[in-house]
Design a protein around this ligand. Sequence first.
Ligand code: VTB
Length: 335
Amino acid sequence: MKRDLAMAFSRVTEGAALAGHKWLGRGDKNAADGAAVEVMRALLNQTEIAGEIVIGEGEIDDAPMLFIGEEVGMGGDAVDIAVDPIEGTRMTAMGQSNALSVLAAGEKGSFLKAPDMYMEKLVVGQEAKGVIDIDKPLRENLAAIAKALGKPLDQLVVTTLAKPRHDNTIREMQEMGVKVFAIPDGDVAASILTCMPDSEVDVMYGIGGAPEGVVSAAVIRALGGDMNGRLLPRHEVKGDTEENRRFGEMEISRCAEMGIEPGKKLRMEDMARSDNVIFSATGITKGDLLNGISRKGNIATTETLLIRGKCRTIRRISSTHYLDRKDDAVKGHIL
Ligand code: VTB
């Protein structure tokens, strides 16, 4: 993958973030997502790649744009692309912090093709690489991480999602003396923070989306951190109701078709198979990882985190956009 593609991919997440931001606080998460998807697609189609979406907005039947298997680009290097046009559609619709637009690209075969279901995730930064094992109890993992970091448990910071499914785990961690930051949504940003040199977050643990898990694995690998995951059917996460079990059974058969086993440990290397990835994330709303978009009339400022795994460069790009000068493919969605 040519290194110059990095700049092209940053333009893609900037555009999608601007489109999502137009719907900020309007209570309509589908409209926000739809706009971000359309812009992301238009901009990917202006990029010199022969790209295939491998993590996208779902299967061809239920998502008109950026579906898994869709081909994008003008032609060029063959690349696989994992996208989350808005990581945090609810946050965008409700005007909450931490919403991002995210894209990871790698050579063919770089990413695990996982169905859209839940994934249990355990993520750490560089210094705790190699000491995690999601098959062991959480307590043991946290003790091993604290040891690797050379700090007592009461100095360990774990981020998780504040969801009812985590109530017991949060209590358990607090009883162990660990500091728990329970955020409403957005485990991709929380995972990345474990690897950022200026962040106090040591661990991300919790159950979130599997597509988000694969995107996280790509960037965590690029940054030299570590991650384990495990696919979980809906009824094991959201309660064993008839409806959840129906969904869960469908997810289990999707896994069988795709040759992956739910419940089985996925190492970071199983989910992200190469270091040679480019990762771009643009903040939509303000968060711990990135500034959100600020807009004054038709002038908008974005902040983008652009990471190249090959030589581990982390760039933060602050851009000023004159929205009325953008090309017609995106203008209507961002002005
Ligand atoms: C997960 C998580 C995301 O939404 O997908 C979560 O990975 C959805 O959880 O980061 P619920 O189904 O319980 O609402 C996010 O938090 C935001 O997209």
